[in-house]
Design a binder for this molecule. Sequence first.
Ligand code: 8YV
Length: 325
Amino acid sequence: MKPSVILYKSLPDDLLTRLQNHFEVTELDSINAESQAKHAQLFANAVGLLGSSQNVDAALLEKMPQLRAASTISVGYDNFDVNALTARKVALMHTPTVLTETVADTMMTLVLATARRAVEVAERVKKGEWQQSIGPDWFGIDVHHKTMGIIGMGRIGLALAQRAHFGFSMPILYNARRHHAEAEERFNARYCDIDTLLAESDFVCLVLPLTDETHHLIGEKQFKAMKSTAVFINAGRGPVVDEQALIAALKAGEIHAAGLDVFEQEPLPVDSELLKLPNVVALPHIGSATHETRYNMAACAVDNLIDALNGKVEKNCVNPQVLNG
Ligand code: 8YV
């Protein structure tokens, strides 16, 4: 009998087969409390979990005494109780490298679409409003040669800096937990404190994971510190931003516009104030959502789980201390 694994995110057929070659795979739509109660024996016997956006917390782990590895199809893992997993010696695996370029592309898309009002003016053309040569009410703002401030210089921040520096001649400011020699050498990026970054950047780009420390890191004070001509971009995690403060800042003209791929509540409620503001571009968390990248992420997550359950983990483990017995 192969070890039991619960799969709670659909996989391409070839990757499902790859997983089934190693494990008895049961596919569930949900791993919430109702599903745990309905499939109690399955949860009690499973040694592995594979999925993404659903919560893996201490209550779930109580129902899974045999669990040895959880593999998420994502780079972010704020929906996992890492302390509870580590306490139970459960390895948490993620996909940190395969989505970097695609998410950086998404961020540059947001920079350009928001600055040039691409979504708004395209809709106006579709509505037949383009009846004569356009005037200033169709104009956006330049991106090239403007200053980009990146908060969070990890893999994605570095890839974004590359695009901005070489593609659009943008001077780069950045704030991170530590200096980043590669960013400074390759893109002449300048490390600065957040207040300086907010005051001097034309585009403020947030690329941070959600942690206790980053929750609502960007709020009223930070928006007031930005230029009134500044464009705010977030493609990390929504709750790093105090969304009500963002809405107030946009309405008050404290910042020029916002390009957002992530939100405090997802899906974004249809009655959200953000969707009523013309100077907001809202995307449905498509950061890594290309056919190629999502396949590569799923393949990486499948291999991560196989490696973790076969005791062969060398990379992509969030809590490697659990692997050393
Ligand atoms: C998606 C992401 O949310 O990787 C992450 O952390 O936020 C995005 O790639 C994830 O892939 C969910 O499937």
